[in-house]
Design a protein around this ligand. Structure first.
Ligand SMILES: Nc1nc2c(c(=O)[nH]1)N[C@H]1C(S)=C(S)[C@@H](COP(=O)(O)OP(=O)(O)OC[C@H]3O[C@@H](n4cnc5c(N)ncnc54)[C@H](O)[C@@H]3O)O[C@H]1N2
Ligand code: MOO
Length: 404
């Protein structure tokens, strides 16, 4: 077992556990939002399908209209129309025009369009007060070319990508099965909301903040309740949970030897590391039980959330082969001081905003037990070991908003 490792080493060891392949399932487009593509998508069509018009007006030959103006209009004979979806079948010859509507194919023979505002219809004829131009013709395949790959395995299906998949002609998509993430709480003082709170008790907030974080990361949370004192209960809960891709435990990792989860992991499984040089979340533990990776998150409400965000989320992204990063760093100017820690990388909670530049303020009390900081804050302020941040300095911040 390794111990007292850096944040970077810990992340590497966690990611090395994301070896499994998630099964692939097929879903209709209307259920695919927020899922992760399991295949590259090649466009089945061109978009536009043909050269088409971006404006309502008339299609004609540019050379027939050169020099047209208010004073000297050009007169063309209207030989038909081409609404979107019902293309004009004939050919546009010299001195002729076809009425076209946005999205309609440009009729054969025409190489320019003019907007209706620059014309006047006179029975079978149209007067052009300006030259027609090719600039409002959208060439075939301007957006999508048949046979080209526009979406890749591992791409999160955002609204724009869902629309793109539809535009490429796919009614159903192959996506990865959501990773199943077990959430197991420990601690005799922990009770479920709704139950009476005994003396010294605390409501189980970790299970629910983790449930939200797992869902944000594309996973399917499986609430496993609370572990009792007997080591067998851990194994019983795991058996009852069915197959999992990751297990999160919360609590009972700081001192270890009295903790039931740690006992089980040391005897029935294998501890990879325990303790990372960071705050909050220093007592983080990584283990395996059978083939199942386990993150032993510290019990303090802020610590369990921050460690999931820094390690659990990247693990789930890697497992889903996600092409986007689990988090990103920005630089912001500090408007309130933040305190660092000796020998530890520190993750304070802040409110990030744009006020002519990116600025960050503290959420207030930075204790690992003050969950309000995670509810108020929208960013982690990252301080290297042995470094405070004074007002006016620039610091690294990691937004906690989940799609950038
Ligand atoms: N002597 C030492 N004491 C502590 C150390 C240490 O190194 N030496 N480390 C501190 C740090 S850092 C942290 S973080 C915590 C981690 O503690 P555990 O993971 O063992 O968690 P617990 O002791 O069970 O609980 C800590 C705290 O969190 C509350 N908690 C636990 N589970 C939940 C839950 N599901 N929902 C809400 N709150 C929960 C619990 O009541 C405690 O207040 O240890 C420090 N101590
Ligand atoms: O570092 Mo512990 O994780 O909150 O106090």
């Amino acid at each position: 077992m390794r111990t007292g490792i850096s944040v970077e080493e810990a992340l590497e060891l966690v990611l090395a556990e994301a070896k499994g392949e998630l099964p692939v399932e097929e879903v209709p487009l209307k259920e695919a939002y927020g899922r992760v593509l399991a295949e590259d998508l090649v466009s089945l069509v061109n978009h536009p399908d043909q050269d088409d018009t971006a404006i309502d007006g008339y299609a004609c030959r540019e050379e027939d209209t050169l020099g047209a103006s208010r004073e000297n209009p050009v007169r063309l004979r209207v030989i038909g129309q081409s609404p979107a979806g019902r293309p004009f079948a004939g050919r546009v010859g010299r001195g002729e025009a076809v009425a076209v509507y946005t999205g309609a194919p440009i009729p054969e023979g025409a190489d320019a369009v003019i907007r209706v505002e620059d014309t006047r219809r006179e029975g079978d004829y149209v007067l052009l007060f300006a030259p027609a131009s090719p600039k409002d013709i959208r060439p075939q395949g301007d957006d999508l070319r048949k046979g080209e790959v526009y979406l890749r395995r591992g791409d999160l299906l955002t609204p724009g990508r869902l629309g793109l998949a539809a535009a490429m002609g796919y009614p159903r998509l192959k996506v990865f099965r959501r990773p199943r993430v077990g959430i197991l709480s420990t601690g005799d003082e922990v009770v479920e909301p709704g139950e009476p709170l005994p003396f010294g008790g605390v409501y189980n907030s970790n299970a629910y903040s983790l449930l939200g974080l797992v869902q944000e990361a594309g996973g399917e949370p499986v609430l496993l309740g609370k572990v009792e004192d007997r080591p067998e209960t851990v194994l019983e809960k795991l058996e009852a949970a069915g197959p999992l891709d990751l297990l999160l435990t919360s609590g009972g990792v700081s001192m270890g030897e009295y903790d039931v989860v740690r006992k089980v992991l040391e005897t029935a499984g294998e501890v990879v590391f325990w303790k990372v040089k960071q705050q909050p979340g220093g007592p983080l533990l990584l283990a395996r039980l059978g083939g199942l990776p386990i993150l032993g998150l510290p019990g303090n409400p802020v610590s369990s959330m921050v460690t999931f965000f820094l390690y659990g989320r990247p693990f789930l992204f890697r497992l889903q082969r996600r092409t986007d990063s689990p988090y990103r760093s920005l630089e912001a100017r500090v408007l309130t001081p933040f305190k660092g820690a000796q020998g530890k990388k520190v993750f304070r909670r802040g409110v990030l905003s744009f006020e002519g530049e990116l600025v960050v303020r503290t959420t207030g009390n930075q204790s690992s037990g003050v969950l309000r900081s995670m509810a108020l804050g929208n960013a982690l302020v990252v301080l290297p070991p042995d470094r405070d941040a004074r007002e006016g300095e620039r610091v690294e911040v990691i937004p906690l908003t989940f799609v950038l």
